[in-house]
Design a protein around this ligand. Structure first.
Ligand code: TYM
Length: 495
């Protein structure tokens, strides 16, 4: 079994049993993932044409290629999100990244490209969690490095084209504020060690930070973790989580805990894995640069890697190839084109030509290089524009106006403001116009399940308390700003 380094794709498991956890992905004896078996074991559902048609109808947008070509193939209660949306209910999106490497590979881009499409189609807010704590606990990575990588990876995520007006990005280490931690604790109390062992495969060798981590990834599925965006009501919004299917265990656990802490069960939309360059049973690894294409690769590197390493379904000789045709089942260029070539007609023509032998292996590789190069160059250009101030803009916990994050956005996003930004979310930084929780004990607080009482209830602050605290905070912030200014002047004078 392979540890999902930076990473992951599929690798054959010596024992022959496939393993898919958030940290290890290994195919069965043939190295391939049996997705039908996975859906069955995990208990999620597959996405059918009728559900895709409903999404197209309600959003008025043609389904993204990842959806219409079955890359995002499984779900949990996506139909319920769509039904709620059809009735005019709002929801938010939640996704994430474990910052364990400097550069993302193409597989990592899949959920972010798709999430951007979902955000634009449904016109809803999005929160992106960077689990620097998770990577510190699982990798031989210094905490300081994990935190730095969180900001570096955020730049690549922002380069995927998210709008800061309705996107909030946070690192767990920075954002472990009261409302977030309240949810972490309540979820943690709902899960026994035996359950966690069953879901995640923890053993006596797991460090206790790992054992305690899953509630941290679960909590952002509840909107009151983000009072500055969504207010303090745990049921102000439903949540939809796009991810690859390896993250399912986290959210199975979250969905079990949800009613017990008074929240909606989050819905999920889950993808297959983007295969490694050297073949479906290989592994994309940061330690082997020839195993994957990274967002930092140059056009020459892309061309060389595809030509040298992309596993080919071509035949041994040109004659044999012309006679039998390329094997689309194993050909990586063909599989990757299915992810990244937008044009359905062109893709079909390539598939027919290659499958019939009219197109040779070198020619389909050329098509792939021509498809990937402009996409990666555009990514690099977009990333170069992501300054630290832009990152701060996405990380800012300044309270937003709730309604402004939904529906059509007019004009361009404002330029990021100069100066330091607070990364400390707090229960007193509440969005304006956000839904207000019903009185304690009613809907929107802990449910009436016995487990709710065990998990502990929220006591929302009154409006005047909130005002008073906000005022105090304002004064404290002004004082801090003055002190910082004074210190900066003193430092300048001392030079
Ligand atoms: P991470 O950093 O391992 O992966 C980030 C996202 O990319 C998906 N992914 C892939 N998708 C397709 N093909 C691949 N080969 C491939 N490899 C990775 C992952 O499923 C994930 O969606 N613990 C998480 C971070 C996280 C998160 C979340 C992810 C925190 N909250 C909410 C999804 C949703 C992690 O380490 O992801």
């Amino acid at each position: 079994m392979s540890t999902r380094d930076d990473q992951p794709s599929e690798s054959a498991n010596a024992g022959g049993e496939q393993v898919v956890t958030p940290w290890d992905v290994a195919g069965g004896a043939d190295g391939k993932i049996d997705y039908a078996k996975l859906v069955n074991e995990f208990g999620c559902s597959t996405i059918d044409d009728a559900l895709i048609a409903r999404i197209e109808k309600v959003t008025g947008c043609r389904a993204h290629p990842f959806l219409r070509r079955g890359m995002f193939f499984a779900h949990r209660e996506l139909d319920q999100i769509v039904t709620a949306y059809e009735k005019g209910e709002k929801f938010y999106l939640y996704t994430g990244r474990g910052p364990s490497s400097e550069a993302l590979h193409l597989g990592h881009l899949i959920p972010f490209h798709f999430t951007r499409w979902l955000q634009e189609a449904f016109k809803v807010p999005l929160v992106i969690q960077l689990t620097d704590d998770e990577k510190f606990l699982w990798k031989s990575l210094k905490l300081e490095d994990a935190r730095r990588l969180a900001r570096e990876n955020a730049k690549d995520i922002i380069a995927c084209g998210f709008d800061p007006r309705r996107t909030f990005i946070f690192s767990d280490v920075n954002y472990m504020c009261t409302p977030f931690y309240l949810n972490v604790l309540k979820i943690a109390k709902c899960v026994t060690f035996n359950q966690a062992r069953g879901i995640f495969g923890f053993s006596g060798e797991s460090n206790i930070g790992q054992v305690g981590f899953p509630p941290t990834q679960a909590a952002p599925a509840f909107p009151d973790c983000f009072p500055h965006l969504f207010g303090t009501d745990k049921k102000s919004l439903r949540c939809l989580i796009p991810c690859a299917i390896d993250q399912d265990p986290y959210f199975r656990m979250t969905r079990d805990a949800a009613p017990r802490i008074g929240g909606y069960k989050p819905a999920l939309i889950e993808s297959r894995f983007f295969p490694a360059l050297k073949g479906e049973s290989g592994k994309m690894s940061a330690s082997d640069p020839t195993s994957a294409i990274y967002v930092t690769d140059t056009p020459k590197q892309i061309k060389d890697k595809v030509n040298k390493y992309a596993f080919s379904g071509g035949r041994l000789t040109v004659e044999e190839h012309r006679e039998k045709g390329g094997d689309l089942e194993v050909d990586i260029s063909w599989k990757w084109l299915n992810f990244f070539m937008d044009d359905d007609d062109k893709l079909r023509t390539i598939g027919e030509a290659y499958g019939s032998g009219a197109m040779l292996s070198g020619e389909i590789k050329k098509e792939l290089v021509e498809c990937l190069t402009p996409m990666i160059v555009a990514h690099q250009e977009a990333r170069a524009k992501v300054s630290d101030a832009v990152v701060d803009q996405f990380f800012s916990t300044a309270p937003r106006d709730f309604d402004s994050m939904f529906g059509e956005l007019v004009g361009d996003a404002p330029a990021p403001s100069e100066g330091p930004v607070s990364f400390q979310g707090g229960e007193n930084l509440v969005a304006s116009n956000a839904p207000v929780p019903a009185v304690a004990g009613g809907e929107g607080n802990e449910g009436d399940d016995a487990g709710a009482a065990a998990a502990g209830g929220d006591q929302p602050l009154s409006k005047s308390e909130l005002k008073r605290i906000a005022k105090e905070k304002q004064i404290a912030e002004k004082k801090a700003a003055k002190a910082a200014e004074k210190a900066a002047k003193a430092a300048a004078a001392a030079q």
